[in-house]
Design a protein around this ligand. Structure first.
Ligand code: NDP
Length: 325
C-alpha cells in the first residue's frame, strides 16, 4: 500500500487528499525511493491553487524529499539500493510514502546531513546557493536586500550572504520574525508598517543597493526596484503575494539602467553536474556551519492541508518538513 497526497482539482488546502496510489516498479533509468521526510515549499501552494499547472490531474504534488533507494531499474549507476538520497528537481510527486523517479534527479546524502535536514534544505538551500553564487554573485562588503527573511529560503539567504561578507537587510511580517532573521544574519529588518525605500536610503546613506532578492512578487516589486542603485539587479524569484504584472521595459531605463531576472532552480540544476555541484556546495555550507537549517515546523504528511494553511497564512518560519509516518 502506498499513500500520497493528491489533488483532483485546483483550489484551497481542502483539495489535498490522502489517497492510496499505485507504486510501479522502476523502469530503465528510474529508482524507487521510500521517503523518510518530505519538504514543504511555497511552490507547492502554486501547484495546488493552479497558479502553476500540473502536467495532468489527478496529481501527487511536491518536489522535494529525502529517503532510501529500495530498487533501481536497468542501467542505473547514479544510485543503488540502500543509498540515502534526496531530490528537489524531479517532476512533482514528492508528497508520497514512496515514489519512482528518474535516478539522475537523486543526490546521495553524506552522513553529516540527516533525512530531515535534507528534505528541508535541498530546494530552499540550493535556491539560496544559485541566487548568491550564480544569479548575482555577491561580494564581500555589499549590502543586499532579502525579502521574507525569516522564511525558508530567506533564513538560508541571510546566513549564507553574511558568511560571504555581505550586510543583509531583510523584510519580515512581524517583530518575532524580524528577531529570528536578525539571529540568522540580517543586520537590519524592515517591517510592513515602515517605508522600505526610505529605510534602505537611510541604512545605505543614500547609495541604495546592488541587488534585491524578491520572493514576494506583486506586493513588493515596484518598491524593490526603487531600492536599487543605478545598474542594480532585481532578482524576482517568487510570487508569495501573487505574480508580478507585466513590466514596461522603459521602467528599467527610467530607474537607472536596471537589470531584471526571473530565475528558477529547475534551470540552474537541469544538468546533472550542476545539480551535484550545487548540492555539494550546500552540504559544505551546512557541514561547515555557515548555514544552519531551521526546521521550525513538522506535520504528518497526511495533514499536508494544515501545513499549507499555515504557510499561506504566513504563520511558519524557517523550513517545514512533512513526515510520512
Ligand atoms: P517562505 O517560508 O518564505 O514563506 C513565504 C513567506 O512570504 C511568508 O512566510 C511571508 O513572510 C512572505 N509573504 C509576503 N507576502 C505574503 C503573502 N501575501 N502571502 C503569503 N506569504 C507572504 O516560503 P519558501 O521559503 O518556500 O519560498 C519563498 C519564496 O521563494 C516563494 O515565493 C517561492 O516561490 C520562492 N522560491 C523560488 C525558487 C526559484 O528558484 N525561483 C525556489 C524556491 C523558492 P512574512 O510574513 O515575513 O512577510
Amino acid at each position: 500500500m502506498n499513500h500520497a497526497i493528491r489533488i483532483h482539482e485546483y483550489g484551497g488546502p481542502d483539495k489535498l487528499l490522502w489517497e492510496e496510489v499505485p507504486l510501479p516498479s522502476p523502469r530503465p533509468g528510474e529508482a524507487l525511493v521510500r521517503h523518510k521526510a518530505v519538504g514543504l515549499n511555497y511552490i507547492d501552494v502554486y501547484f495546488r491553487t493552479g497558479l502553476y499547472k500540473a502536467p495532468s490531474l489527478p496529481a501527487v504534488i511536491g518536489l522535494e524529499a529525502a529517503g532510501v533507494v529500495e530498487a533501481v531499474g536497468e542501467g542505473v549507476t547514479a544510485v543503488a539500493p540502500g543509498d540515502r538520497v534526496a531530490y528537489a528537481s524531479g517532476p512533482m510527486g514528492a508528497y508520497a510514502e514512496a515514489r519512482v523517479i528518474k535516478a539522475e534527479a537523486l543526490v546521495k546524502l553524506p552522513d553529516s546531513i540527516s533525512d530531515e535536514v535534507a528534505a528541508a534544505a535541498m530546494l530552499q538551500g540550493m535556491t539560496a546557493q544559485y541566487l548568491l553564487h550564480r544569479t548575482f554573485p555577491v561580494q564581500a562588503g555589499q549590502t543586499i536586500l532579502v525579502h521574507a527573511a525569516a522564511g525558508g529560503v530567506g533564513l538560508i539567504l541571510c546566513q549564507w550572504a553574511r558568511a560571504l561578507g555581505c550586510t543583509v537587510i531583510g523584510t519580515a511580517g512581524t517583530e518575532e520574525k524580524a528577531a529570528l532573521a536578525r539571529a540568522h544574519g540580517a543586520a537590519e529588518v524592515i517591517l510592513p508598517h515602515e517605508d522600505m525605500v526610505e529605510r534602505v536610503k537611510a541604512i545605505t546613506g543614500g547609495a541604495m543597493l546592488p541587488v534585491v532578492f524578491d520572493s514576494v512578487g506583486r506586493d513588493t516589486f515596484t518598491a524593490s526596484l526603487d531600492c536599487l542603485a543605478p545598474l542594480g539587479t532585481m532578482v524576482s524569484y517568487g510570487n508569495a503575494s501573487g505574480p508580478v504584472p507585466p513590466v514596461e521595459l522603459g521602467l528599467l531605463a527610467a530607474k537607472g539602467s536596471l537589470f531584471l531576472t526571473r530565475p528558477t532552480l529547475a534551470t540552474y540544476v537541469a544538468k546533472r553536474e550542476d545539480l551535484l555541484r550545487t548540492a555539494e556546495s550546500l552540504f559544505g555550507a551546512i557541514a561547515g556551519g555557515a548555514v544552519q537549517i531551521r526546521v521550525n515546523q513538522h506535520w504528518p504528511l497526511r495533514d499536508a492541508s494544515a501545513a499549507h494553511e499555515a504557510l499561506e497564512g504566513r504563520l511558519t518560519t524557517g523550513s517545514t518538513v512533512l513526515l510520512p509516518g
